[in-house]
Design a protein around this ligand. Structure first.
Ligand SMILES: *Cc1c(COP(=O)(O)O)cnc(C)c1O
Length: 403
């Protein structure tokens, strides 16, 4: 354990970890079970196109979520694009800027304008109180994002959508396995979209799904993800190729079998971080509601420089020099990325809470590759950095920032 400032790597000591601690290191399930499934795929020579593993994966997801339909896809970005198109969104759609850029891109890719709405500083999710002022005659929908596994204010959003006759979709990429008032995420709005990307809680290497309780919408989405084919040789509207393949479904099914262990590890890590970080002024951990189901996948802190004397970026650089690869989720906000930055150069004026959070937020490593000893050391280094903020500021002043 590093004890003094001279033990920090930026002052010449060896890094705390010889191997890097990553944010979003994939959770890998039982290797033998995966290999059995892969052999089955190869033996059967059925590699994709609604194979048995994809069907089984869809069923299992629908069961866990308690939702009528699950349509598995190649990734969540395509799943979002298809859900957006199938639901009939056009013109303008209101979204938070505090999200992964794919949420905005899924709209802009089909020339629907993402209109960025500010977040609630407490929940860090889209602020329902700020939505009405962004509605124009061109607005057709709202996309909420359950950021860092924490559900949006789904009741307020449903009320707004109904009042203004808007479509409502959720980007639930972070929130598989989470609940809101006891009801699983996946049951809200017109449809919700999960990501099963390697870095997410449940992974199929690459993958995603749309879940919905709307029969008609589900059918349309199912056809759209398969080029618009309703039947052999019968195409009923424009579609794309959004299919999940059997290898991904095999990985997803295998990951599902380890889900309880992954949650338990994440949960223990969360409580360990909470204990270790609790005494550090200016460092605030995003809390989870323990009364709900949660995947505890994200360990997020906000760094308040006015209190710590050291910025989020300086803390990030020190962690990186110790091989702790903390990430800024999300920075700088979609409205500061292209093409949105050029389209709406002044969007930030309406997004003060988003900008404030983007400058403070830091995701710390967790998951099955991280344990109590690593967490104690991560917290220890943050504590050491804050205690020596002045000297570190001087040192980092002459040093290019780590990316
Ligand atoms: C990861 C992520 C996506 C995209 O998911 P892919 O499966 O990688 O396409 C979309 N939205 C959010 C909030 C994400 O974190």
């Amino acid at each position: 354990m590093k004890k003094t400032i001279d033990d920090l790597a930026i002052f010449g000591a060896p890094p705390a970890f010889s191997k890097s601690l990553h944010v979003g290191r994939p959770n890998i399930g039982n290797r033998e079970k995966l290999m059995q499934r892969i052999n089955y795929i190869l033996d059967s020579r059925w590699l994709t196109n609604d194979g048995t593993f994809v069907q089984e994966f869809e069923q299992r997801i629908a069961e866990i979520v308690g939702v009528k339909h699950c349509i598995a896809m190649c990734n969540a970005t395509i799943a979002l694009e298809i859900a957006i198109r199938a639901s009939g969104m056009t013109g303008e759609v209101i979204v938070p800027s505090m999200t992964f850029v794919a949420t905005a891109h899924a709209l802009q890719w089909q020339e629907i304008t993402p209109v960025f709405c500010d977040i609630d500083p407490v929940t860090c999710n889209i602020d329902p109180k700020k939505i009405e002022q962004m509605i124009t005659p061109r607005t057709t929908g709202i996309i909420g994002v359950h950021l860092w596994s924490r559900p949006c204010d789904v009741d307020a959003l449903a009320e707004l959508a109904q009042k203004h006759n808007l479509k409502l979709i959720y980007d639930a990429a972070h929130a598989f396995g989470c609940s809101y008032n006891g009801k699983m995420i996946g049951n809200f709005g017109d449809a919700e979209v999960f990501s099963f990307h390697a870095t997410k809680f449940l992974n199929s290497a690459e993958g995603g799904a749309v879940v919905t309780n709307d029969d008609e919408l589900a059918q349309k989405i199912r056809w759209m993800k398969n080029f618009g084919f309703e039947d052999v040789d019968l195409v009923v509207y424009i579609g794309t190729n959004g299919k999940m393949n059997e290898f991904s479904a095999a990985m997803g099914l295998t990951s599902l079998e380890s889900l309880d262990e992954i949650i338990e590890t994440n949960r223990q890590n969360y409580f360990h971080y909470r204990k270790e970080l609790s005494g550090i002024p200016g460092v605030t951990l995003a809390q989870f509601n323990e009364g709900e189901k949660c995947n505890y996948q994200y360990i997020i802190v906000q760094i308040d420089k006015d209190v710590t004397g050291i910025s989020r970026d300086e803390i990030k650089d020190i962690l990186w020099s110790e091989n702790i690869l903390a990430r800024r989720y999300f920075y700088p906000g979609c409205h500061r990325m292209e093409p949105y930055r050029s389209y709406f150069p002044h969007a930030g004026l309406l997004l003060p809470e988003t900008e404030r959070l983007a400058d403070r937020v830091l995701a710390l490593p967790t998951g099955t590759a991280v344990g109590a000893a690593e967490i104690s050391e991560v917290a220890n280094i943050i504590r050491l950095a804050i205690a020596n903020s002045k000297q570190i500021g001087e040192k980092l002043g002459n040093r290019p920032a780590a990316s």
